[in-house]
Ligand binder design. Structure first.
Ligand code: SF4
Ligand code: SF4
Ligand code: SF4
Length: 299
């Protein structure tokens, strides 16, 4: 996988030639409110149902050919502490040391309605495609990690350990959905804590649970509006911020990323020069993979 230096530069040249036009047209449409497309699919995770079995983590690795990391534990699989290049999906436990209140929380890509990673990726390696799924094309990726920096949920991770690294993130098991299957994590969950469906149906389901169980939940559906809305939705009985889900407003995050791009493009650096710089960074990473293993994926 990955691309040769020559093809990367070809893509850069093509992208640079169209950059100004596409960037401006994107900006012309960004003022519109974000509305979920009718075919948008997603997941609803209900933290009050999750038993923390982590079967979804194992199923995720298997379904996506992600090799579990056994290097730091003498060959035994040790649970990662956060998402990383070996984990597209993770279950964490929050526990309040004072009250003893606790909750599991599942983390993976949120499949944002207006994804900052797509706005940040200047080569189109991140795309919001069919059913609103945010996918990743390693053949177009130069390893700049703008997607990682732009993501408001700290999701994309970089394969620092590989000679030709890719970005790793949940793609909603789109290979399974294309075959009429549901995401592996949803299929394997023994208690229905995470379910798959159309976003509109999941949202209606979530609001019904809130209405039918007053006092059981924090009274809102996380992801309905946060960061412009997401296709992965959450219900929980513990404040979402404590579970690592930030308290964003309704405004999509791409606007912040695009403001940075504006500064670069319209200011002092020509797009071609920027891409050249990114290519140098990419090639350095590929030549010295061991030099950069302190990435925050180890966070
Ligand atoms: S959560 Fe991050 S990686 Fe996923 S779609 Fe949103 S911006 Fe992209
Ligand atoms: S949808 Fe697929 S890739 Fe995403 S967390 Fe679930 S199993 Fe993993
Ligand atoms: S499989 Fe279901 S119950 Fe088990 S940890 Fe994952 S979401 Fe929670």
């Amino acid at each position: 996988m990955g691309i040769s230096r020559r093809s990367a530069l070809k893509v850069m040249a093509a992208a640079a030639a169209t950059m100004v036009g596409t960037t401006l047209s994107a900006h012309e449409t960004q003022a519109a409110a974000v509305v979920a497309r009718p075919d948008a699919v997603g997941m609803l995770y209900d933290a009050t149902r999750c038993i923390g079995c982590k079967a979804c983590m194992v199923a995720c690795n298997e379904a996506n050919d992600v090799t579990p990391d056994t290097s730091a534990s003498g060959g035994l699989w040790d649970m990662p502490v956060d998402l990383n290049e070996h984990a597209k999906n993770i279950i964490k436990l929050y526990r309040d040391s004072g009250t003893g209140a606790q909750s599991f929380v599942k983390r993976q890509c949120m499949h944002c309605l207006d994804p900052a990673c797509v706005g940040a990726c200047m080569l189109g390696a991140m795309q919001k495609g069919e059913k609103g799924i945010v996918s990743y094309n390693p053949d177009l990726c130069v390893g700049c990690r703008y997607c990682e920096m732009g993501c408001p949920f700290n999701i994309p991770k970089f394969e620092w350990s590989k000679a030709i690294p890719k970005v790793v993130k949940c793609e909603l098991c789109r290979q399974r959905i294309a075959k009429g299957q549901e995401p592996a994590c949803c299929e394997v969950c023994p208690v229905g804590a995470v379910i798959y469906g159309k976003r509109a149906d999941l949202l209606a389901d979530a609001h019904q649970r809130l209405a039918q169980n007053p006092g059981r939940y924090v009274p809102k559906v996380y992801g309905e509006h946060e960061a412009g809305g997401t296709q992965v939705l959450y219900l929980a009985h513990v404040e979402f911020e404590k579970l690592g889900l930030p308290a964003y407003g309704d405004e999509p995050v791409p606007r912040r990323v695009e403001r940075i791009q504006d500064t670069i493009y319209k200011g002092f650096v020509a797009p071609v020069a920027l891409y050249g710089l990114l290519a140098v960074v990419m090639l350095r990473h590929r030549e010295k993979p061991d030099s950069a293993k302190t990435e925050e994926g180890q966070r």
